[in-house]
Write a protein that binds this ligand. Sequence first.
Ligand code: PTJ
Length: 247
Amino acid sequence: MTKDMKIPKSHPRYTSLKTRQLLEKGVRDGITSLNGLIAHGRGEAFDYLLGEKTHKFAREAIDAGAALLVLAKRPVISVNGNTAVLVPHELVHLSKLLNAPLEVNLFHTSEERLRMIKSYLEKFGAMNALLPSKKCKIAHLNSPRKYINPEGIYKADVVFVPLEDGDRTEALVKNGKKVITVDLNPLSRTAQRATVTIVDNVVRAMPLLIEEIKKQKRRKINDNDNATSEFKNFEYLKRAEKILRKL
Ligand code: PTJ
């Protein structure tokens, strides 16, 4: 794989190309899986159709997701090889803001990549980064993703799983957990199964989620807060799909 080329800031696709470079470097550094590049390409296609902007429906989902996280008793943030390189600062910031562990959980898993992602997050200041344990697993899941940390996802009531695969989202929900995801594809199984789906690019959504959490913490929201009780993920995904299909 080639070394990063210098992209001129004036390039009309500057942000998109820089994001690709982050992932390419992530693969070279052993953080991102090769499959992560394919997943990103799929995401880019949806983002293009969405006009590469955060829509009103995404902001509503961010409000609802923020409320779930603020009101959670034991929130946990799940990290994979794509999100680790795309939004490391934001993941660490979110973890500190919510006093929630970051738990590395991979689809294309290996002991080496798990460890590398953990130390990568620690370089960005993570104080509480967990790894899955072979002694602890969630029910209703057969892939290696079933292994979880006994102090992390196992005990969590709300799990934030940006860029996820459908099987695990479904299993987490069956295990009684509320799941918030970020997925540019409103038709994916993850998007359809999650409690709250933010249909937006994780790079744009994470800073907005952090800001919203700060606001809700200042307002001292409680369980009666409308953002969560009125949010219907299914209806919301239909709105996102309409925009994609230009209906
Ligand atoms: O590091 P690992 O081994 O855990 O693997 C991580 C990936 C993401 C490769 C793995 O979970 C995977 O294969 O995911 P999927 O099933 O391809 O789903 C990824 C979803 O994320 C797809 O629906 C994409 O459209 C979406 N997506 C990709 N890039 C972004 C995105 N959504 C939001 N922001 C993005 N930047």
